[in-house]
Ligand binder design. Structure first.
Ligand SMILES: Nc1ncnc2c1ncn2[C@@H]1O[C@H](COP(=O)(O)OP(=O)(O)O)[C@@H](O)[C@H]1O
Ligand SMILES: CC(=O)OP(=O)(O)O
Ligand SMILES: [Mg+2]
Length: 385
């Protein structure tokens, strides 16, 4: 066992890489940042982005060669049915993550590049994969299976996996802490509303349902993704519209959601345009909120008893108008928002419901990087004993 106590976390997305260097002795951030717009001339690919991050850290004396570095933790989006916990990365694990690329074509390749670049720079350093899908592997079969022919589903691994699990786990525990209870004692609906968005129903700390499915396309309306639609829409576009499968993929993943509805995927812009009376922005907002309310209702029924609803990620943490519209008129379900509390801006976990609200409405900022750092460090520390 060495006294190396720092973990570098790489969260590679389809067009960005977020990173954090965490000192595990006290949880402090020694460095953090974001490289965006990967694929554009200034940063053509993930290898460029990761090399830039490694150089930035090295310039500050915090490079990958530092002896204090215990491990690198990677967000890996799709872990299939196999990966249910943080996993030390070996050649064989890397191959398995590669085999899952067809199920997360926007995300897994970027995660693999992060692992390979790190290996090149520090081949001796332990690397850990923390999977978005892991927290959802507790879903019962009744929630995880689609109602299609079982043999076909099994042959092609077609089932609901769910994503953003690290965030759903972190936030559901954060809510329990905010309520002064243990995670086992509370039932929570978590609404992770970022560029990608998903809802989950968490019963006593265990995920029992989530809105994303085989891929991160199902469920809520997102920045550029459609979320739920009748599967026959694909058939219709193909047969009648002459769309190829790749064109449909690109339409639903990259040109739908808020972007497709009103031309803007950023909720800040949508709210600004709504305030100016823009009708397509208003309709896009209403569609976004309508879908969200349907999931709140659905997960209320799935859980039976709900102690709290937690909003998180870029939109959930910042957009007071989305939170208000999502729960308005749900007083008979025990959800009573406090408009004054809801309008407060703060980076802290906080309650935004009235004292007499039977269900607590909370805002709990997510920190996927910190959660990945903790899971990574805990795995390498126990492996070193
Ligand atoms: N002040 C704000 N008001 C409304 N929406 C915001 C605000 N700040 C950020 N957002 C939204 O958050 C989104 C990004 O969320 P984030 O969780 O960082 O996404 P991701 O991790 O998927 O990139 C942006 O697209 C934007 O719409
Ligand atoms: C899985 C997923 O949708 O991730 P993100 O929100 O980072 O795109
Ligand atoms: Mg995110």
């Amino acid at each position: 066992m060495t006294d190396a106590s720092r973990v570098l976390v790489l969260n590679s997305g389809s067009s960005s890489v977020k990173y954090q260097l965490v000192e595990m002795a006290d949880g402090s951030r020694l460095g953090s940042g974001l490289v965006e717009r990967i694929g554009e001339p200034d940063c053509p690919d993930h290898t460029t982005a990761l090399t830039r991050i490694a150089d930035e850290l090295a310039d500050r004396g915090l490079g990958l060669d530092s002896p204090e570095l215990a491990a690198v933790g990677h967000r890996v989006v799709h872990g299939g049915s196999r990966f249910t916990a943080p996993t030390l990365i070996t050649d064989e694990v890397l191959d398995a993550v590669r085999e899952l690329i067809p199920l997360a074509p926007l995300h897994n390749p970027a995660n693999i590049t992060g692992i390979e670049v790190t290996r090149k720079l520090r081949p001796d350093l332990p690397q850990v994969a923390v999977f978005d899908t892991a927290f959802h592997t507790t879903m019962p079969e009744s929630a995880a299976r689609y109602a299609i022919d079982t043999e076909t589903a099994d042959r092609y691994a077609v089932r609901r996996y769910g994503f953003h699990g690290t965030s759903h786990q972190y936030v559901s525990r954060g809510v329990a802490r905010l309520l002064g209870k243990s995670p086992e004692a509370v039932n929570v609906i978590v609404l992770h509303l970022g560029n990608g968005a998903s809802a989950s129903a968490v019963a006593g700390g265990v995920c029992v349902d989530t809105s994303m499915g085989l891929t991160p396309l199902e469920g809520l309306v997102m920045g550029t993704r459609s979320g739920d639609l009748d599967p026959a829409v694909l058939l219709h576009l193909h047969r009648v519209g002459g769309f190829s499968m790749d064109e449909i993929d690109s339409l639903l993943n990259r040109r739908s959601g808020m972007l497709g509805l009103c031309g803007d995927n950023d909720m800040r812009e949508v709210s600004r345009r709504m305030a100016e009376g823009d009708r397509s922005a208003r309709l896009a907002f209403d569609i976004y909120v309508h879908r969200l309310r349907k999931y709140i209702g659905a997960y209320y029924a799935v859980l039976g008893r709900v102690d709290a609803i937690a909003f998180t990620a870029g939109v959930g943490e910042n957009a007071a108008d989305v939170r208000e519209a999502a729960v308005s008129g749900l007083e008979s379900l025990g959800l009573v928002l406090d408009p004054a509390l809801n309008s407060v801006r703060s980076p802290e976990p906080r309650v935004v419901s009235r004292e007499d609200s039977r269900v607590v409405i909370a805002v709990v900022p997510t920190d996927e990087e910190l959660e990945i750092a903790q899971q990574t460090f805990s795995l390498v520390s126990s492996a070193a004993q």
